[in-house]
Unconditional design. Structure first.
Length: 113
């Protein structure tokens, strides 16, 4: 029901824009979040946006990443700028707080140094 896309390989300092398309039901009244999981690490919170547009970020991405949503398109986005090698991970979208039954496949982001 939640499909992330837009990942890829980028050099350090570059940018990527991730998209999350929701299907099956309307998510406009829910807070939505982005999460990521690096190899050998636990999944971690990246950013979230409430239904009204209030945004929160992890300390590691604040000032570099921007989360947004388009309720008309039932979609959430993550603009990632000034990417660093430590941003390399599989990125997932989910509700916020997450619903363990809503994890999709995620999208791979790889940042080369």
């Amino acid at each position: 029901q939640l499909q992330a896309s837009g990942g890829g390989l980028v050099q350090a300092g570059g940018s990527l824009r991730l998209s999350c398309a929701a299907s099956g039901r309307t998510f406009s009244s829910y807070a939505m979040g982005w999460f990521r999981q690096a190899p050998g690490m636990e999944r971690e919170f990246v950013a979230a946006v409430t239904w009204s547009g209030t945004k929160t970020y992890s300390d590691s991405v604040r000032g570099r990443f921007t989360i947004s949503r388009d309720n008309a398109k039932n979609s959430v986005y993550l603009q990632m700028n000034s990417l660093k090698p430590e941003d390399t991970a599989v990125y997932y979208c989910n509700l916020y707080p997450y619903d363990s039954e809503m994890w999709g496949q995620g999208t791979q982001v790889t940042v080369s140094s």
